[in-house]
Write a new protein. Sequence first.
Length: 160
Amino acid sequence: MSVSSITETTQYLTFKLDEEIFALDVAKVREILEYSTVTKVPRTPDFMRGVINLRGSVVPVIDLRLKFGMTATEQTINTCIIVAEVGMDDEIILLGALADSVQEVNEMEPAQIEAAPHIGTRLSTDFIKGMGKQDNHFVMILDIDKVFQTDELAMIADAA
């Protein structure tokens, strides 16, 4: 059974966090940057690694591994920052997400995507748009607009 919100073939940017493969709709991805110096902002959550200067704009950088309860992202030659557009209320903010490595852009048909698993009532999987099936493994398709709660996004936007 495919996910009802995904009705057409869509291109996804796949990336790795630890050993898991995640994906974002390419329409939400602005660009991919090599990891560079991130300026830490005091009194922000641990998952907010800091900010970068992107052509004169201040862009907050989030460690998705920390946000998802994993260990912090270690800087390697493959570490990159995925700059994505995130919807907050009625505006779009740019957000950098650390990834261990970027894989490729893949097209997925709605039939290749299953609904996100329900893991009881206490754990929310609303931020997972679906589970894509590719080459004998699953790809977690993120709804980047739902990864962060409104108060977290407001704090991130204020820090930037």
